[in-house]
Design a protein around this ligand. Structure first.
Ligand code: URA
Length: 241
């Protein structure tokens, strides 16, 4: 149960101030009956709240999987560039989702977005060891020594120490990289530190999730089973119990 005015303002229907006037004017109905008192308690899982006759969807936990194309910045708003938020339908922007971590403007691939800040933090934090797989095209060819250097934990030019990572050479100019952290430009800098400047980068996997079935620029909401699996991977279930 939740106060009607809180439900409406969290859903972004109007500011608290405007809501007072809207309620007074009889613009809000709950299950078809006009309600003028914002303090009335509603059951957000069962009651139908309308403003000017339009259903107002309340905030609920949302996790989205986006196939980010190159050319979009991972940010909720940017003065110059198009952002990943521009790729989302309005109904999900209203749920106030934000990107989980960051893919560079030139990087493509799997990007999660959620309105659950705790889950977002856990997906990014190296503590929970969520694996991220990248396909990279680069100068040169990776070999055994590079694989060993990645496995030992690279130290980048500026002294940044990386956790052990996997490098799988896929032939001349191509590799797969698996990391459990997300430092700034990490995969590009790791490969560059071994003399292999990256020309193309795509994230293909995060935890148990892949891009399967999505085309570049497409987004879908995770199923309840997929969210439950993420919760298990990040220890959210035990934390909530
Ligand atoms: N590593 C990078 O260098 N860039 C990305 O976008 C993601 C990981």
């Amino acid at each position: 149960m939740q106060r009607l005015d809180k439900y409406l303002s969290e859903a972004g229907a109007a500011s608290r101030r405007e809501l007072k006037d809207l309620l007074r004017a009889g613009a809000v109905t709950v299950n078809g009956a006009v309600v003028r008192d914002g303090a009335v308690k509603i059951d957000e899982t069962a009651d139908r709240v309308c403003l000017h006759g339009q259903t107002v969807e309340g905030l609920r936990r949302v996790v989205l999987l986006l196939y980010k194309p190159a050319g979009f910045v991972t940010s909720t708003d940017d003065p110059r560039d198009r952002t990943v938020m521009d790729l989302l339908p309005e109904r999900w922007r209203k749920q106030r989702v934000a990107p989980v971590g960051r893919l560079d403007k030139a990087t493509e691939g799997l990007l999660l977005l959620t309105n659950d800040g705790v889950l977002a933090h856990r997906l990014i934090s190296p503590k929970y060891r969520i694996e991220k797989d990248y396909y990279a095209e680069h100068e040169g060819e990776a070999g055994q020594e590079d694989t060993e250097a990645f496995r030992a934990g690279l130290t980048l030019g500026d002294g940044t120490v990386c956790l052990p990572a996997e490098l799988e050479p896929l032939g001349p100019g191509k590799s797969r990289v698996r990391v459990v952290e997300g430092k700034y430009h990490q995969v590009r800098r790791m490969l560059a530190s071994r003399g292999m400047a990256v020309t193309y980068l795509r994230r293909d996997r995060e935890g148990g999730l892949t891009l399967d079935g999505l085309a570049s620029g497409e987004v879908r909401e995770l199923t309840a089973a997929e969210v439950a699996a993420l919760d298990r991977e990040t220890g959210m279930q035990t934390a909530g119990e």
